[in-house]
Design a protein around this ligand. Structure first.
Ligand code: SAM
Length: 381
């Protein structure tokens, strides 16, 4: 084997093991087991080597398989996926069954892996948006426009149409919504989030590959990112898609975060502040692209106030010149978690603040105990 190929195979093994231990463990016995299985399977690693380098992601491989399973619910592998009606517990046949399935559908998988991109729409991340909007509202009372960059299908843009169950209690956004977002609040009681929210004057998404929730194929791809055991998440996603179908005034424009954000923000009518939300966007951008994205926000903030509300890996945020002291310390190495915060820019002022440290899917959040919190009190998950 050529040295570059050997190095790439080793990188992929580490990547899958990292995914299995940091994301699968304790949450998805199927993906935890399969991550280790892929790391040890030469033929599955060879399949990944045939795809473009930036497409060699555990989430993408698992989603591609999941998509094929959705129309093959009677297959042996689907028996391990509760979302496809399966009831079989993880056992020593899971990895061979997965490998055999991938072998049978190798061409279809190779095509999906090279053509599709990671397109989750994780509704729970609305918890971060809700916290961020609440923070912005305390500083800038009054209505705001909402733009999500990396919006996928734009379902987070309807965050104020959902109800929230935070820490078991209900902190309702609308009351009686068909979509209820649950998140455990760790290390404190309640969130301090007020029930009142600002009026949202417009809702716009920007995405490299916008997903049309009315398109059945696009919907199926979004659903493919739901993990095998997550029957509740699947119901929430379907509920949000149904809600979006009946909503007006929500649009996701095609655009690149690094080159189009300032222009698109500049085209928004009105002078009210714009809340720009990103969740799990920065990991798709190279270091220069992250700098370019932040420069786009700075440029837009020269025309009207812009608040960047984020739920992103701390190490990536540390490269974006946010004025958050804790990002210069060990917090920047906790990349299996997401930092939730807000950076307000307007009238020549800048105010960056961290709000919480959370599981990347916002299953739980620990709220900041002060502006200088470095979250060392939050144990590794
Ligand atoms: C992991 S998904 C997150 C979607 C959504 N924010 C959520 O939290 O569910 C990342 C999204 O970012 C988009 N994306 C990646 N790079 C981008 C770029 N340079 N410009 C705009 N969108 C991008 C992808 O197409 C994808 O929809």
């Amino acid at each position: 084997m050529r040295p570059e190929r050997t190095a790439e195979v080793e990188r992929l093994r580490r990547l899958f093991r990292f995914f299995g231990t940091t994301q699968g463990a304790g949450r998805s016995p199927v993906y935890e087991t399969l991550s280790e299985g892929v790391a040890g399977d030469e033929s599955l690693l060879a399949l990944l080597l045939e795809t473009p380098e930036d497409q060699r992601r555990p989430s993408l491989l698992f989603a591609a398989v999941n998509l094929l399973l959705a129309s093959r619910r009677d297959s042996e592998l689907a028996a391990y996926y509760a979302i496809h009606g399966g009831r079989r517990a993880v056992d020593d046949q899971l990895v061979p069954t997965f490998a055999a399935f991938c072998g049978r559908h190798r061409d279809e998988l190779a095509r999906l892996l090279s053509q599709r991109s990671t397109q989750t729409n994780e509704i729970r991340r609305c918890v971060a948006l809700r916290l961020g909007v609440d923070h912005v509202h305390r500083h800038w009372p009054g209505p705001v426009a909402l733009v999500e960059v990396g919006a996928s299908a734009g379902l987070n843009l309807l965050f104020d149409h959902y109800d929230y169950r935070l820490d078991g209690g209900t902190s309702s956004a609308v009351g009686g919504s068909s979509v209820v977002v649950s998140c455990e609040v760790r290390g404190s009681s309640g969130t301090g989030v007020r029930r009142t929210m600002p009026g949202i004057t417009r809702r716009l998404g920007i995405d490299q590959h916008p997903i049309d929730p009315d398109d059945p194929d696009a919907r199926a791809w979004l659903e493919a990112f739901i993990w095998p055991e997550q029957t509740g998440e699947l119901a929430t996603l379907r509920g949000a898609i149904a809600l979006a179908a009946g909503a007006s005034g929500v649009r996701v424009a095609a655009g690149d975060a690094t080159t189009d954000t300032a222009r698109i923000l500049g085209e928004l009518p009105g002078r009210e502040p714009v809340v720009v939300f990103t969740a799990s966007l920065l990991s798709y951008l190279t270091a220069p692209a992250r700098t370019a994205f932040v420069a786009q926000l700075d440029e837009a903030a020269r025309r009207r106030p812009v608040a960047w509300v984020f739920a992103e890996a701390p190490g990536l945020l540390a490269t974006t010149a946010l004025d958050i002291a804790a990002l210069h310390g060990p917090l920047a190495r906790r990349n299996s978690l997401y930092l939730v915060g807000a950076g307000l820019r307007g009238d020549g002022h800048r105010h960056d603040q961290l709000l919480g440290l959370a599981d990347p899917y916002l299953r739980w959040i620990s709220l900041a105990r002060g502006p200088a919190d470095d979250f060392q009190w939050v144990p590794a998950d």
